[in-house]
Design a protein around this ligand. Structure first.
Ligand code: ASP
Length: 644
């Protein structure tokens, strides 16, 4: 039966809750297939309330309703505000003798007690409407009530404007979850994931497959959590991502895989990191980079919440090299300008010693950023702190040039520069009156990284001082492509490590370089960046066992034995394949403009990776450790503490 025929007739019925058991199977299937897309959810099904507190409006006037919720506050035994996940409603406490029992109950119940109230919806007396409340035109006149659970003294008030420490919020996370903001964040996250499932599975035939979380160590990459086993000396590892499994699913002929996947990295928390986090993990056979990019653009457009505007596709793209040269980072925030400009050519003929020194080295460069209106918005202290941060973080000296209101330049450097050089500089950097230029000379990578970081720091300072640089409602997606396949290890620059992971395929035009000069090979790795944050990354994979073995053994010097199962699979009919993973927590936190990914995770870990509510990780007894053949070797100070 064609959906277009069925749906217009059945959906209005469903919305009003009028369908009866026994409808035809096709009708039910058709309705449920599109339910999440078209029908408002019925929040009152299966429960004994008639309505949610937040849904009541003037249209309900005259109806008897039964509501359940938490007491937000109560005033002088006259009225209270009842709250549930959908909003708040004013309840009038009856004052007459016949209802003295109800009055007694409701006037004495502590805030946050859970109550049932039955009453009549009435218009508020003229002049007493509250336009700030969606339910502000009405109130419920209580007739009966029941205290379902009286609340003890709270560790903090459940009010959005009351600031509490994050440690306390995490310890009582279930109370914090009652706040409007967390309710909104978690519900929005759920909606986005639902739309993603719909897009991937229903519209594009992806298969949702769960992969194991007990696995073994993977070479390279992030630190993994270990899980002891009952076999002496043997451990599982929690996967950093389902990378190997998703590739093996392609060898298994699944063709299109997706999973809302839990991943684990033992790296400690940062504002945008958690030891356990969630990825929208995707893999496809017979696909190229463009195919994956189009899929992700379509997926984000389809699942993008309407209240956050719309996003336009295709997303712009930039090479890794361009990103580093123009923004000093592989995740540029493209919401504002202040790009890094190469001014080496203009200064080449000057007599400035440190400039000449820098330019005499093979990777020497002179670059600068121009801070718009820096004179007006940045204090001398700000400028000093910017210079200090370049010095301490990047070992990079910075020279400033100020553009005076008359257009002339003020700097230590001006006496070394002729008029023509000065005007070339002004032009190259597009300097206007009151702009401040920060100039750096030295090794290219160091100069770019320092200026990239100063670009972001000065943007924060300008905004703190009142200049709007980045529209808080703007979402700038960007693909960064053509990463190098390998990077030098920081701790030992003569050794190489994968820029993404060891399964990433070389760029087709660079494949032969893999065997002659691997440092020059670009990869088929792509990152997705949103407002300067990496929100996704993936690659086209190596599907040839020989090439994979070469990368592992000869380039990365890894023991390929630990990956023998994958190498063998690549020899047994592996299709060409590629994929991507989107960091769901980070993506949602940017969509809702939350300061931390912890604000979009129901039960997050603290900075130190602890669960402050349940107190995990926790000690276990030597007895409990015995089956794992493990003994704890206590640090001395803890041994002492345990004695007391
Ligand atoms: N597994 C990769 C990651 O977690 C993503 C991918 O290559 O698909 O970053």
């Amino acid at each position: 039966m064609a959906l277009s025929w069925v749906l217009p007739r059945v959906l209005p019925e469903l919305a009003r809750g009028l369908t009866r058991p026994g409808c035809g199977r096709a009708l039910r299937r058709a309705a449920s297939a599109s339910a999440s897309a078209s029908v408002a959810p019925d929040f009152n099904s299966f429960v004994t309330r008639t309505n949610t507190c937040g849904e009541l409006r003037s249209a309900h006037v005259g109806q008897e309703v039964t509501l359940y919720g938490w007491i937000q506050y109560q005033r002088q035994g006259l009225f209270l505000v009842l709250r549930d996940f959908q909003g708040m409603i004013q309840v009038i406490i009856p004052q007459d003798e016949a209802h003295s029992h109800v009055k007694n109950l409701l006037s004495n119940a502590p805030v946050e007690s859970v109550v049932r109230v039955t009453g009549i919806v009435s218009p508020r007396p003229p002049g007493q409407e509250n336009p700030k409340m969606p339910t502000g035109d009405i109130e419920v006149k209580a007739e009966t009530a029941e205290i379902l659970n009286s609340c003890k003294k709270l560790p903090f008030e459940i009010k959005d404007f009351i600031k509490k420490t994050e440690a306390l919020r995490m310890q009582y996370r279930y109370l914090d979850l009652r706040s409007f903001q967390l309710q909104y964040n978690l519900r929005l996250r759920s909606r986005i994931v639902m739309k993603m499932r719909e897009y991937l599975c229903n519209l594009h035939g992806f298969v949702d497959v769960e992969t194991p979380t007990l696995f073994k160590r993977t070479p390279g990459g992030a630190k993994e959590f270990l899980v002891p086993s009952r076999e002496a000396g043997k451990f599982y590892s929690l996967p950093q991502s389902p990378q190997q499994f998703k590739q093996l699913l392609m060898v298994g002929g699944l063709d299109r895989y997706f999973q809302v996947a839990r991943c684990y990295r033992d790296e400690g928390s940062r504002p945008d990191r958690q030891p356990e986090f969630t990825q929208i993990d995707i893999e496809m056979s017979f696909v190229d980079k463009t195919g994956i990019q189009k899929l992700v653009e379509g997926l984000l457009q389809y699942s993008w919440p309407k209240e956050r505007g719309s996003i336009s596709t295709p997303f712009p793209s930039m090479t890794y090299e361009e990103a580093l040269a123009d923004y000093g980072t592989d995740k540029p925030d493209t919401r504002f300008g202040m790009k890094i400009v190469d001014i080496g050519d203009f200064l080449r003929r000057s007599d400035i010693q440190f400039v000449q020194n820098a330019l005499s080295y093979p990777h020497g460069t002179v670059k600068a950023i121009c801070i718009p209106q820096g004179v007006r918005y940045l204090t001398n202290k700000n400028l000093e702190s910017l210079k200090e941060s370049a010095r301490s973080q990047f070992n990079q000296e910075i020279v400033e040039i100020i553009c005076r209101p008359d257009g002339s330049l003020k700097s230590l450097l001006t006496r070394f520069l002729g008029e023509e050089q000065q005007s070339q500089l002004v032009q190259a950097l597009n300097m206007q009156a009151d702009d401040v230029v920060l100039l750096a000379a030295g090794e290219e990578k160091q100069v770019c990284s320092a200026l990239g970081s100063l670009r972001l720091e000065s943007a924060d300072l300008l905004e703190a001082a009142g200049l709007v640089l980045r529209d808080p409602a703007a979402f700038h997606f960007l693909w960064v492509v053509d990463f190098p396949l390998f990077l030098s290890k920081e701790e030992n620059p003569t050794e190489l490590e994968s820029a993404h992971h060891p399964f990433t395929a070389p760029h087709p035009t660079d494949t032969s370089l893999l065997y002659s000069d691997p440092t020059k090979v670009r990869s088929q790795h792509y990152d997705l960046v949103l407002n300067g944050n990496e929100v996704g990354g993936g690659s086209i994979r190596i599907h040839n066992a020989e090439q994979q073995r070469f990368v592992l053994e000869k380039v990365l010097k890894e023991d390929s034995e630990v990956l023998s199962h994958l190498l063998e699979a690549l020899e047994l009919g592996a299709p060409p394949h590629g994929g991507i993973a989107l960091g769901l927590d980070r993506l949602v936190s940017l969509i809702v403009d939350a300061p931390s990914i912890r604000d979009v995770i129901a039960f997050p870990k603290s900075f130190r990776g602890r669960d402050l509510m349940g107190n995990a990780p926790d000690y276990i007894t030597p007895e409990e450790l015995k089956p794992y053949h493990i003994q704890v070797s206590w640090p001395l100070e803890e041994k002492e503490a345990n004695k007391n």
